[in-house]
Design a protein around this ligand. Structure first.
Ligand SMILES: *[C@@H]1O[C@H](CO)[C@@H](O)[C@H](O)[C@H]1NC(C)=O
Ligand SMILES: *[C@@H]1O[C@H](CO)[C@@H](O)[C@H](O)[C@H]1NC(C)=O
Ligand SMILES: *[C@@H]1O[C@H](CO)[C@@H](O)[C@H](O)[C@H]1NC(C)=O
Ligand SMILES: *[C@@H]1O[C@H](CO)[C@@H](O)[C@H](O)[C@H]1NC(C)=O
Ligand SMILES: *[C@@H]1O[C@H](CO)[C@@H](O)[C@H](O)[C@H]1NC(C)=O
Ligand SMILES: *[C@@H]1O[C@H](CO)[C@@H](O)[C@H](O)[C@H]1NC(C)=O
Ligand SMILES: *[C@@H]1O[C@H](CO)[C@@H](O)[C@H](O)[C@H]1NC(C)=O
Ligand SMILES: *[C@@H]1O[C@H](CO)[C@@H](O)[C@H](O)[C@H]1NC(C)=O
Ligand SMILES: *[C@@H]1O[C@H](CO)[C@@H](O)[C@H](O)[C@H]1NC(C)=O
Length: 403
């Protein structure tokens, strides 16, 4: 039966504004990620200088504005030095049909023009591409992606087999602090699953995606090997396995939009590293809803939370609302056996799609108790690094969420 409403929102959230300033008012240590409300001023539409209020040396991209340095986003990215400097790019409203590829190591922030910097639904910058593996012309899913963030091509490949491509050990780490605010990435190849069709491919890098949108139908967001990706108040819309990968993804206060069902929402593999890790997909304080009423009517109790891409699948939906599309078993099985390495879990979920009787009856879904959830319960606990340090999350905007 339906669970009763959980006492969800009891955590004390020092969540104020998500404007790019630290909560304690101290100066920001993140290069030119400027303190205090710069984002609002920089991103606001204006008839004057579009760069008013932006960090010094911000590059301007627009399809038509006379002051713009660049007409495409990738040409602005290509102009940046391949070094550790912090860089910001402001993108004015528009539909940009191009693929983006970020390999630089230094911090990079992409800002979308908006007067609604805390509402992804009102984003005015779309980056569009149309590609899917069903075209039969790509050797790897990565080539379908609207945006790729990874140091090398090999680091970004999905690869084949139970553990994917073995990325050469000497591959450098990629961007150590990548951010997008108020930008939508849309792979518009088809209006249904047509094979992998990435909006984002993110590997061997640290990144935060704020008030952003990721839209396709299948394999929409790929968090590849050694990818650390934090999503905040963002929209992820898809149909089949639309959050998948090897790395670590935390989705805080996001809207997961079901445009149909297939596979599951999540499909995860572990990554073979020599350090203890908590690779997986963590969906927290989010919602899972149908794209619209016709999808809702067609897919009652048919959509799965996830399925094991290999036996090291790990995902947790916590404090998350599930509408009527979620199937009574929660997760479903796939080809990989469930072992003691597999974790397909929920904690404190609620809404009509959360059926405890169904979960217990099929027994694929682990319902975590407080103690079990505690070892995963914040980004600090899951974004681990090779030297064993927990909590290396200075790349997450400290004003956006439970950091
Ligand atoms: C982008 O395309 C959509 C759909 O065609 C259109 O509604 C919107 O106005 C366009 N946005 C801009 C900023 O041109
Ligand atoms: C991204 O750019 C790098 C450097 O130019 C290149 O080696 C790589 O192939 C590109 N990735 C994709 C998926 O095209
Ligand atoms: C990248 O991976 C391919 C296999 O897909 C391999 O043949 C190639 O040598 C690798 N390249 C590098 C630079 O390691
Ligand atoms: C959960 O997410 C929503 C939507 O982003 C946000 O408004 C709310 O404050 C969050 N809950 C808590 C307890 O912060
Ligand atoms: C509902 O959403 C689906 C999936 O995105 C789409 O194909 C369909 O056109 C939408 N229907 C309406 C009535 O908007
Ligand atoms: C993991 O990688 C190590 C080397 O780093 C290798 O010895 C081991 O066989 C690999 N294990 C799997 C399951 O791929
Ligand atoms: C997990 O399963 C493997 C293989 O069956 C077994 O060797 C190992 O001891 C188990 N580990 C734990 C922690 O139960
Ligand atoms: C919950 O799951 C049980 C067991 O599968 C099923 O009998 C029941 O109808 C489900 N309840 C709802 C409201 O879907
Ligand atoms: C449910 O699965 C777990 C292992 O995942 C097992 O230990 C337990 O006995 C199962 N419970 C039932 C009722 O089958």
């Amino acid at each position: 039966m339906y669970s009763s409403l959980q006492p969800l929102f009891t955590t004390i959230w020092l969540f104020a504004a998500c404007w790019g300033q630290p909560l304690d008012g101290s100066s920001n240590q993140l290069g030119n990620h400027q303190p205090h409300s710069y984002r609002q001023a920089c991103q606001a539409s204006t008839s004057g200088n579009p760069l008013a209020g932006c960090p010094k040396n911000t590059l301007l991209v627009s399809q038509s504005h006379e002051k713009a340095n660049f007409r495409t986003i990738q040409s602005a990215i290509d102009s940046l030095p391949h070094d550790d400097s912090s860089q910001t790019i402001l993108i004015l409203a528009g539909n940009y049909t191009e693929q983006l590829n970020i390999t630089r190591p230094g911090p990079l922030t992409l800002l979308g023009e908006t007067n609604h910097p805390r509402d992804a639904e009102q984003n005015q910058v779309n980056v569009l591409w149309a590609a899917a593996t069903s075209q039969g012309i790509y050797t790897d899913n990565v080539f379908t992606s609207v945006m790729v963030v990874a140091p090398t091509l090999n680091a970004s490949l999905t690869g084949y087999g139970p553990s994917g491509l073995s990325v050469p050990e000497d591959t450098p780490f990629g961007c150590r602090d990548f951010r997008t605010y108020n930008i939508d990435f849309r792979n518009v190849y088809a209006d249904r699953s047509a094979g992998p069709s990435h909006a984002l491919s993110f590997s061997r890098a640290n990144g935060g995606f704020y008030y952003s949108g990721f839209y396709s139908y299948q394999d929409t967001v790929f968090v590849g090997k050694l990818g650390n990706a934090y999503f905040y108040s963002s929209v992820i819309a898809g149909q089949t396995d639309f959050i998948y990968g090897f790395g670590t993804g935390w989705f805080e206060g996001c809207d997961l939009i079901l445009r149909g069902c297939g596979g599951g929402i999540t499909a995860w593999k572990g990554t073979n590293t020599t350090y203890t890790n908590k690779f997986g997909a963590y969906i927290h304080n989010s919602t899972i809803q149908a794209a619209n009423s016709s999808v809702a009517a067609a897919y009652q109790a048919k959509c799965a939370l996830g399925r094991p891409w290999n036996s090291a699948h790990r995902s947790i939906f916590a404090n998350t609302y599930e509408d009527t599309l979620i199937t009574t078993s929660g997760y479903v099985l796939w080809s990989a056996p469930i072992t003691n390495q597999t974790l397909m879990a929920e904690y404190n979920d609620f809404g009509p799609g959360f059926n405890v009787t169904g979960r217990r009856r099929y027994n694929y879904t682990v319902l975590l108790n407080d103690n079990e959830w505690d070892s995963y319960s914040s980004p600090k606990k899951v974004f681990l690094t090779p030297d064993g340090d927990a909590g290396q999350i200075s790349w997450i905007d400290p004003t956006c969420g439970m950091i």
